[in-house]
Design a protein around this ligand. Structure first.
Ligand SMILES: Nc1ncnc2c1ncn2[C@@H]1O[C@H](COP(=O)(O)OP(=O)(O)OP(=O)(O)O)[C@@H](O)[C@H]1O
Length: 734
């Protein structure tokens, strides 16, 4: 075994040296070629491609590849060792094998989809299905040109030719810094299917916590750019994520994959830009505190909860029919007369509006009609009998034209939205009353807020839709692809509106219903989104394996899900074992802290931090139930720890180190160790929603999870299995 390993290592070291020599000599040659600065187009294109190659090779020199796959196609005479890296590199001389194959290339898909066994394997190539045998799947870790590790995950010639998880487990065991990373060397089969799925589908992915949803979505973008080079561009792709800090947290992955320029935004930021409005900054945190700060007192969520109703397709239909109604009654009553004796009959105006300009959206139609009316006035002016009459008619005509234009409906989204809710005094009697479909409670609250000038996040999809109905999507570029992360917090209406701004229903929609802590506005079932698309334009995938946390943490969190939420979406862990989850009562204060006489909760948190600090974790989080508690705790801890950060709703940069934050803001993030302060029934009630919050908190931990409590444990936490233990660990060194 040891000998095999030695020879594999030697073999890879030799190959690495050869590859580096080849890269260096190509790079040297390219660098010594004079840079073309002339005006010849063909030469410019060649220069661009040389420059790209210079950049690729310079990057590749550090870590040329990460995997090797030995494959022999049925039509081939011998087996070939294919080296797979983040960037593909062809050889100088035309040869049948590139120096490095891009991970996104068709043949590289075998590296991910091959699940072991002795049967033939196959992959889709542009020329058709290629079948053959896989002989070896090997992971190689190269850092700064040094070969650090060689691990065979499959060897056809060994006694047990199954794909092993050993390398994956090694990778998952590493500590994390403050950024999400690429996973090209260990993408799993179920993830690869999503990454390589066809472009023109609304892919909906339900994935348990830590199943790699965010990571997979980013890799999918890189794949789409490679596979559909001619049809998509990075500038026309967009990622929607829950907040700006999260966007910062994921911002390294795409550049690592050699992809730049993809827009990243939150839905409110994007919507506000399209609408040209400014949203008050405090809205999100105000809403959050309304729903999250009062433990146990959460209002009941029904289809009449404002966020749910305003995110529904019911409101979408209401808006559509209201705008239609407005459109049909848009042309002002009566004929148009610019001065006495000249009359443009309403019939004529109606014909322009209802027939000739019918294909245009309302705002454009009005524009066209008014332009034509203006031209008509000019023609009529030419018939003036004298210069004095012309002058008089010009003046009158201009005034009446202006007055006539003002009689049309105000084609502004907010004005129309207010009219639909009857929250504005308008000259038009439209609509006669607020539509019956709007629940009275929603109507009342919305009218109150709109009158005060308050706009909420949930008002954005209706406003955008009105904007679209009025103007079409002219002037707004349509996207080639849209990624929506944490999509369980999105509403069907939001997705339906975004569908108007993307070509070919090309979506990657990812989320986890078990983490649906914003159920007052998000979906409760994925079918709410699936039914927005015709069956041939949507596909559903479920990711059930969780890669983030140790087995102990996953089993523990699964317990919360099944007992507290009654969910069947349980995570399947990778076989990575760690320390048991710790449940610690404040009462059980460490002797030295008790002696110091500080408050028990604070001492417990401090003791936990002290103990964990010996374990060299790079990111640690203390999660509280509310933002208020996080702020208070942060104030107590700040003077005692370096690199400590309070994360509230306004933070835009995630800095790692020691973070103190409310549990609801931790969604999407991960930390080497998590301390859940206040993990008791005083802070987390018995409701499913509280259990979901607790589940989100627990599943943020990679290696270590400690729950500290003042009172009783919530009912869904039971100390049964081996995954959790009570009390403090023995001091290190005992
Ligand atoms: N195939 C893989 N190989 C190595 N690491 C992986 C793999 N898949 C996921 N991971 C790691 O698992 C962690 C969780 O990934 P990610 O944050 O993308 O999951 P998620 O499903 O979006 O999680 P959540 O819903 O809990 O926020 C990350 O550290 C990621 O690097």
């Amino acid at each position: 075994m040891e000998d095999n390993f030695q020879s594999a290592y030697q073999e890879e070291e030799d190959r690495l040296n050869r590859a580096l020599t080849e890269i260096d000599s190509t790079l040297e040659r390219l660098r010594s070629t004079p840079v073309y600065t002339g005006h010849d187009y063909t030469e410019q294109v060649l220069e661009d491609s040389r420059e790209q190659r210079r950049k690729d090779l310079a990057k590749l020199r550090q870590e040329p590849y990460f995997g090797r796959l030995d494959f022999q196609g049925n039509d081939e005479e011998d087996r070939k060792a294919l080296y797979i890296g983040k960037i593909g590199v062809d050889r100088e001389q035309v040869s049948d094998r590139p120096l490095v194959i891009d991970w996104r290339a068709p043949v590289a898909s075998l590296f991910y989809s091959f699940t072991g066994g002795t049967e033939a394997a196959s992959y889709e190539a542009p020329e058709g299905l290629i079948e053959g045998l896989v002989y070896l799947k090997r992971n190689v870790v190269i850092r700064k040109q040094i070969l650090e590790r060689v691990a065979d995950t499959y060897n056809r010639d060994s006694d047990a030719p199954a794909v092993s998880d050993e390398f994956l487990v090694y990778r998952l065991g590493e500590n994390k810094d403050n950024r999400l990373r690429d996973i090209v060397s260990t993408i799993q089969e179920e993830q690869d299917k999503i990454i390589r799925a066809a472009k023109n589908t609304a892919l909906i992915i339900q994935g348990v916590a830590g199943s790699g949803k965010t990571t997979v979505a980013l890799h999918r973008l890189a794949f789409l750019l490679y596979q559909y080079k001619e049809q998509v561009s990075a500038e026309k792709m967009i990622i929607f994520a829950p907040n700006r800090m999260f966007l910062d947290y994921i911002s390294d992955v795409l550049p690592e994959l050699g992809v730049g320029n993809i827009a990243q935004s939150t839905f409110p930021d994007w919507a506000a830009e399209v609408l040209g409005v400014t949203l008050p900054e405090q809205d999100a945190s105000e809403v959050m505190s309304r729903w999250f700060e009062a433990a146990g007192a959460m209002p009941v969520i029904t289809e009449e909860t404002p966020g749910r109703f305003k995110g529904s397709t019911v409101l979408m239909s209401v808006i559509e029919s209201s705008v239609k109604l407005l459109e049909t009654s848009a042309v002002p009553e009566g004929d148009f007369s610019p001065w006495e004796g000249a009359v443009l009959p309403r019939e004529m105006i109606l014909r322009w509006h209802n027939e000739e300009y019918a294909p245009y959206p309302p705002a454009k139609r009005k524009e066209r009609v008014m332009a034509r009316l203006h031209r008509w006035i000019e023609m009529e002016l030419k018939k003036s009998p004298s210069a004095a009459a012309l002058k008089d008619r010009k003046k009158k005509g201009a005034a009446r034209e202006k007055a006539y234009s003002a009689k049309w409906p105000k084609y502004e989204p907010l004005a129309i939205y207010k009219q639909i809710f009857r929250a504005a005094k308008t000259p038009e009697d439209w609509p006669a009353a607020a539509p019956d479909e709007i629940p009275p409670a929603v109507l009342k609250e919305t009218v109150k807020e709109l009158k005060k000038g308050i706009l909420r996040e949930e008002d954005l999809p209706p406003l955008l839709y009105i904007h679209y109905l009025l103007n079409g999507n002219e002037g707004t570029e349509r996207f080639d692809h849209i990624v929506i992360d944490e999509a369980q917090d999105f509403s069907p209406f939001q997705i339906a509106v975004l569908d108007l701004y993307v070509k070919g229903h090309s979506f990657t929609i990812l989320g986890d219903l078990s983490q649906g802590i914003h159920a007052y506005k998000g979906v409760h079932e994925w079918t709410e989104m699936q039914t927005l698309f015709a069956a041939e334009y949507t596909a559903y995938h479920a990711l059930t394996r969780s890669y983030r946390s140790t087995m102990e943490i996953i089993e523990f969190a699964n317990g919360i899900l099944s007992a507290g939420v009654g969910s069947e979406l349980l995570a399947v862990p990778v076989f990575r074992s760690g320390n048991p989850v710790r449940l610690i009562a404040y009462e059980d204060v460490q002797p030295e802290a008790a002696a110091a006489g500080t408050d028990k909760r604070l001492s417990a948190v401090k003791s936990a931090l002290t103990m964990l600090s010996g374990r060299e974790y790079r990111t640690v989080a203390v999660l509280t139930r509310s933002l208020r508690e996080a702020s208070l705790l942060y104030a107590e801890l700040a003077g005692h720890y370096e690199d400590i950060h309070l994360i509230d709703g306004s933070i835009t940069e995630y800095r790692g180190g020691l973070s103190v934050l409310p549990v609801y803001l931790s969604k999407g993030l991960e930390f080497d160790a998590v301390i859940l302060a206040d993990a008791d029934s005083d802070h987390y009630g018995a409701a499913a929603w509280d259990a979901k919050l607790m589940y989100v908190g627990c599943t943020r931990a990679l290696h270590e999870l400690w729950l500290l409590r003042g009172g009783e444990l919530p009912p869904y936490i039971q100390l049964q299995g081996e995954e959790a233990v009570s009390g403090w660990p023995e001091p290190e060194g005992n």
